[in-house]
Design a protein around this ligand. Structure first.
Ligand code: G3P
Ligand code: CA
Length: 244
């Protein structure tokens, strides 16, 4: 069965990367969530997609220039349509605590391309281990050096390279960097590549799959998982497939 990962929580319907969005993913029956982590000025692992605060919050400037205390005063629902009330920027620790109360999988994307955030890998791994979440976490990043670092630090954790452009024989590449799956942009993952990876035993979890026709195509292909902004829609479409 193709698993459904709710992108940034449930970013199509709820303010991205907030506890409200993660709760929505659980409510609609997603199998997992995808989220993004960075470091605050005082070295706390926090959840936020952009390096800047401007798009999604009522603050501006870089995440890396604010302490956790300052980040906690921001409203993380500010950039989302509708009236949501105040949403705080979650920490990874808060998310892991929440995961304790459910069975969702969690894909943590390390946002360390624009800024490298030295120590991010160690902190994420330490938190995952301290909450004994090793079996439910997948680490991903567009920074593949960082993924190799993660694999060396914590070989028990699954890692998956993110990429946007065509990759030659991704099953060979993933193995070379210690990855146990690939997370391609769907434009870089034609059916033939997905099928080849699956036949080589390499899970494929493309992003961001929001169109029903694309969801159906990937369910039909038996793709390992999809990452979508609309998990409720995806769950509904997948049910239709299971009933046939
Ligand atoms: O992990 C899949 C996807 O989230 C990668 O792109 O920009 O949405 O973080 P982005
Ligand atoms: Ca992401």
């Amino acid at each position: 069965m193709t698993l459904i990962f709710a992108h940034r929580g449930s970013a199509g319907t709820h303010p991205e990367n907030t506890m409200t969005a993660f709760n929505e993913a659980a409510r609609v029956g997603a199998d997992g969530i995808e989220t993004d982590v960075q470091l605050s000025k005082d070295g706390e692992v926090i959840i936020m997609h952009d390096e800047r605060l401007d798009r999604t919050t009522n603050a501006s400037g870089y995440v890396k220039d604010r302490t956790l205390r300052e980040l906690k005063t921001c409203n993380a629902s500010f950039g989302f349509k509708g009236n949501w009330g105040k949403e705080k920027i979650p920490t990874l620790e808060e998310l892991l605590l929440w995961l304790n109360d459910n069975h969702l999988l969690c894909n943590i994307e390390l946002k360390n391309t624009l800024f490298l955030y030295p120590g991010l890998e160690e902190k994420v791994i330490q938190l995952v281990r301290s909450y004994k979440m090793e079996e439910r976490i997948i680490l991903s990043s567009f920074n593949h050096y960082s993924l190799v670092n993660c694999h060396q630090l914590a070989p028990e954790l699954e890692t998956a390279p993110l990429y946007r452009d065509g990759l030659y024989m991704p099953w060979v590449y993933a193995k070379a960097i210690g990855g146990s799956a690939i997370h391609p942009n769907i434009r870089a993952a034609p059916d033939i590549i997905i099928q080849a990876c699956l036949s080589m035993g390499l899970p494929v979890r493309p992003y961001t799959i929001n169109k029903p026709a694309e969801m159906k195509r990937l369910f039909q292909l038996g793709c390992s998982a999809i990452i979508t902004d609309f998990p409720e829609k995806a769950v509904e479409i997948r049910k239709g497939f299971q009933m046939k």
